[in-house]
Design a binder for this molecule. Structure first.
Ligand code: AMP
Ligand code: ZN
Length: 433
């Protein structure tokens, strides 16, 4: 099969990838041991660099968690002196204090290469005008994607987040053909297009990279339909550089995690034992090329699975399924475990439902309740109470089929629920208020 690639490592066969991973794992453990933190950890675990012979030896290594990164804040995890560092980013830290990530000059380069590889893989080329609608600053979606796009050779517009009218003006004036956008913001922007009476399909757009937050296949389809483009899922996290960790290929069936740069495991979150392909567990990643701040077995808390089988695109790098959510995102209500994405999947398949929703958890007396606030498209938001009541009941019934409890459903007019320029906040928990 002939696949055009940005980097030759994309087309390595399984055996060569395994070999490369084993060599890089050993180098990474050596590099990590230059930090005081890992030197102590490895010493206490009785692990020597020479013990790292095969990819499976990764299982002997201790885990690294976000809590550890916090206790080592600011400089505790560095494998090289800070003079060797070239860049710092921090995770968005929706929970607790942020964690700082450092990059040497080489790290910035290899990261840019990975992002460029992802973009090239979905058909973005130097001739494209690329608009990055993600926040610049500590968040990696700004500079991370920006450097990749520049490396690829695109004319790159650092639009940043928010200011929807200006985003639309830039898209139009510069005949932008490819964008990076957070999926919830893409849906919100669609409502602004609507208000301005501009059809997003009239733009020159052909490709969107969407990521940074969990979203369902139904949301991708909405984005593709509204804008008349192809949308590709992009996964990354600051601790692993940022974007460029795993990316969909043109098949749009799972995200290839770049195994020459990352060693991924899917583990049972309770027992930490490896799960077979196809089973959902916690993604744990070891960096394989980072020199400034290598991380061993970082527990991402993201839930996904390896998709079994080979991808027709010709890349053997294993594919991750769409992220179901984070371990901490799980809602436990009346003893039932629910993920916000289950709710999104149901809602976004209902044609009357608009582009935004919010899950509110509340307590009434001793009883926990879920209220789902749902925006309704203008055409359907009619005066006739019977019609609205019918829709409300339909949504409650479809949700119950999925999550096994019946939530209260509030129908609201479109564009009335809070929106965010960054990652969407899907759940408000008022149970302890
Ligand atoms: P941050 O380090 O602040 O950029 O946040 C990284 C986190 O965002 C990841 O651990 C995931 O929980 C989430 N995330 C990033 N990309 C995606 C994606 N494509 N799908 C689902 N969740 C994502
Ligand atoms: Zn593929």
């Amino acid at each position: 099969m002939h696949t055009e690639v940005f980097h030759k490592n994309e087309l390595l066969d399984r055996e060569s990838l395994d070999k490369l991973q084993a060599i890089r794992l050993k180098n990474t453990v050596f590099q990590a041991s230059r930090s005081k933190f890992y030197r102590d950890q490895l010493y206490h675990a009785g692990i020597k660099v020479a013990d790292m012979q095969t990819v499976d030896d990764v299982r002997r290594l201790p885990f690294t968690t976000k809590e550890i990164l916090r206790t080592q804040y600011p400089y505790g995890m560095l494998a090289l002196p800070v003079e060797k560092m070239n860049r710092m980013h921090a995770s968005s830290g929706t929970t607790g204090s942020p964690t700082a990530i450092f990059y040497t000059k080489n790290d910035v380069e290899t990261w840019g290469d990975l992002v460029a590889r992802c973009m090239y893989c979905v058909g973005i080329r130097p001739k494209d005008v690329f608009q990055n609608m993600s926040g610049y600053g500590l968040f990696t979606g700004g500079l991370g994607i920006h450097y990749g796009a520049e490396k690829l050779g695109c004319c790159t517009i650092p639009a940043g987040a928010g200011n929807s009218k200006r985003q639309i003006k830039l898209l139009k004036d510069f005949h932008v053909s490819a964008i990076h956008i957070i999926p919830s913001y893409a849906l919100h922007l669609a409502t602004v297009f609507d208000k301005l009476g501009i059809d997003p399909k009239s733009l020159n757009l052909r490709i969107a990279i969407v990521g940074a937050e969990p979203h369902t296949e139904a949301v991708r389809q909405r984005i593709e339909e509204i804008y008349g483009i192809k949308a590709y899922n992009s996964y990354g996290l600051s601790e692993m550089n940022g974007p460029g960790v795993a990316f969909e290929c043109p098949e749009q069936n799972g995200m290839h995690i770049w195994e020459d740069a990352y060693l991924a495991e899917i583990l049972d979150p309770k027992t930490q034992e490896p799960l077979p392909d196809g089973e959902i567990g916690e993604l744990v990643i070891t960096t394989l090329t980072r020199e400034g701040m290598p991380l061993l077995r970082y527990r991402t808390k993201d839930l996904t699975r390896f998709l079994p089988g080979e991808c027709p695109c010709g890349r053997v790098h294993r594919r991750l399924d769409r992220i179901l959510g984070r371990v901490d995102d799980m809602i436990i209500l009346k003893g039932v475990n629910i993920y916000p994405m289950q709710i999104e999947r149901v809602l976004m398949e209902i044609p009357e439902v608009g582009q935004n929703y919010l899950i509110v958890l509340e307590r009434e007396g001793y009883l926990d309740q879920m209220r789902v606030k749902v925006e309704v498209k203008d055409d359907y938001f009619v005066e006739d109470m019977r019609v609205l009541k019918g829709l409300q009941q339909k949504i409650a019934r479809l949700l119950k089929d999925e999550i096994l409890i019946t939530p209260r459903v509030d129908l609201v007019e479109h564009n009335t629920l809070p929106t965010s320029e960054g990652k969407a906040k899907r759940v408000e928990d008022h149970r302890e208020d």
